[in-house]
Design a protein. Sequence first.
Length: 727
Amino acid sequence: MLLLLLLLLLLGAATSRCLHDETQKSVSLLRPPFSQLPSNFRSSSLTLPGSRDPQPLRIQTCYIRDPVSAGAWDPEEDGISVESQALAAVREAAQRLQGVLAVPPVQGPLLLSRDPAQYCHAVWGDPDTPNYHRCSLLNQGYKGENCLGAKIPDAHLRGYALWPERGPPQLVQPDGPGVQNTDFLLYVQVAHTSKCHREPSVIAYAACCQLDSEDRPLAGTIVYCAQHLTSPSLSHSDIVMATLHELLHILGFSGQLFKKWRNCPSGPSVRENCTTRQQVTRRDKWGQLLLTTPTVSDSLAKHLGVLGISLGVPLEEEGPLSSHWEARLLQGSIMTATFDGAQYTRLDQITLAAFKDSGWYQVNHSAAEELLWGQGSGLEFGLVTTCGTGSSDFFCTGSGLGCHYLHLDKGSCSSDPVLEGCRMYKPLANRSECWKKENGFPPGAENPHGEIYHPQSRCFLANLTSERLPGDKARFPSQIPYLKEAELAGHCYLHQCTERGAYKVQVEGSPWASCPPGEAIQIPGYHGLLVCPRGRLCQTKEGTDAATFPPLSLSTQDLLFRLSLGLAGPPGQSLGEEEREELTEAILQALVNRGGTGRCYFHSPSITSSLVFTVHIWKSPGCQGPSVSMLHRALTLTLQKKPLEVYYGGANFTTEHSKLLVISGHNPSMTHLGLSTGLCLMLLILVGTLGTVAYQKRAPLQVGPSAPSHSPEVQSTRGLVGGLREV
Ligand SMILES: *[C@@H]1O[C@H](CO)[C@@H](O)[C@H](O)[C@H]1NC(C)=O
Ligand SMILES: *[C@@H]1O[C@H](CO)[C@@H](O)[C@H](O)[C@H]1NC(C)=O
Ligand SMILES: *[C@@H]1O[C@H](CO)[C@@H](O)[C@H](O)[C@H]1NC(C)=O
Ligand SMILES: *[C@@H]1O[C@H](CO)[C@@H](O)[C@H](O)[C@H]1NC(C)=O
């Protein structure tokens, strides 16, 4: 009777695929069974009738150490335990969902059900006796309950009893205390399971195992394949996004659960008025499987700009229990089957609509992220029959180089299995990110197209070539090979939003030029044209690029460190704002050199007027190198050994000993997410983490005496304003 729902998320070299439907064939879910305990043995938790206002979904996590695979790998790899990596990702994903989904809160402690088919060999069969359907013979081999291989602690489970033919039952195991303040209990495992072994690209897979009496998912397990948690090809945000995808599956977005969705016209809190939905999916006349519930359909119609037309949303072709949106239509949605990386993935409105239609959740629609793909593209968008006709510039034909539709990356026109022959510009394998400074040209290198790589740079179709290339002065333009009719291709240039939908661009060495969407402009000092994309850049109201900028902010809180360095400068020195900015840049550069890593780890540096330099350290998506904690530890050690010294404006600035403070990004909500039962290892881990944080806060790290050491160190290679270098 107890069967599992299994979801897999695969990560290949470039994209990952979720294998949900290949693995869930044998799946069914455990609901609260007919009680096996006499009523006087039952714990007092009752489902209270009537209306309960939805509250933010409380997901409680419980780390389960796998007794089989523990020891098979080194959990201390890379300086940070993979367990805390996984827990950090789960915590972040769960926290994010708290702002998105609300449910009528579970009253009292959450208790999971036992499967009578597991612990009981036979039940009584006489409907006229009190022991009807109660256990008459125990299964001697009963090993307790598990959820996708994770052993459920007895403390989380209802008890059970053995009923004799006559007389009072014999209690075998009483109800556990349950888990307080919890609407969904998530077991977390990090392991090298055979599944991880067989499919080396699987990052994580998850299963839902228990439902409440309204069929809302109550508990599940996510298993992370250990090797991916330390893999440099996955950033922390990638793992968070993959976790969110799995969580959404087990909270209801699953072929297995669609048929249990409820129709609750009075909202999820008025349960009396709910019925099981008659139809969630259907096949259209071409055999395409569609999800057809009303909010989902309206949401797609709004997205495509065809209001008033009732559309089902196509699901990926994965058999009768498909659990992903069709990628041709909803590329970039978190619930498509492929995962290209966190910066290309959005928790979109149509996915949120599905959760509203499940009947179990109240949804905060303002938490949705904008899905650019296909926006306003009409009814014909994303069909196999139209994607190759050039009718939409979201798709491409041929094999040229262009821009990924979010314009963060250069791309090549290519396809993948879920695109079913349609082609789109996909990010190149190497250095295609315009927003990464480190992809840019080293100083002095030839940059004939005037590209700029910068967090505010975007990909533009252009065939610009500089008129002032060194050594070309003597030649005729026609003799210069790259001045011959160059084809348009993706290049990186700086952009800046001026108002919603409007922006200007800057090419190396040229002034800012206004870039009217849909037009091609010329740039002073360059041959050729630059095409200004329509409807892609600067689409959010705020005038900033929240929609198209990689969603980096806030999503990596858990692995955030703040590094504060007190600076000693010449006495009586007071710096103006601009000078402080330059000094900030100089210290940052020295710190980057010292750390020996890319700048992509360092964020929002600043210096206060009392000369305290502060920088946040976390790993942006695509940032190559060690883990944040590793870098943090290395920096701490080296700064202890030798302070930073920076020469600026004719004076020496030194990080002062005793003023060095490193604070780990302690997330206040971490404490209240801690489990209330003592049985989970997670509690121990949390205490461990908090202990470290407290330790670091209380005891500022000591720095050795700032002896005038002149051992050679990495010199700042950049010619910064003010003639800066680390001495
Ligand atoms: C709804 O989402 C918005 C945007 O993420 C957030 O600011 C707000 O706090 C959320 N509301 C609730 C009730 O969680
Ligand atoms: C439930 O549905 C009935 C019939 O449609 C309606 O009269 C009643 O007001 C509803 N209850 C609530 C609490 O909305
Ligand atoms: C990416 O760069 C590496 C190292 O520069 C190179 O070996 C590899 O061939 C490149 N891959 C592609 C697809 O260009
Ligand atoms: C740039 O591309 C445009 C449009 O394809 C073309 O007309 C123009 O001749 C090209 N210019 C150069 C310098 O290649």
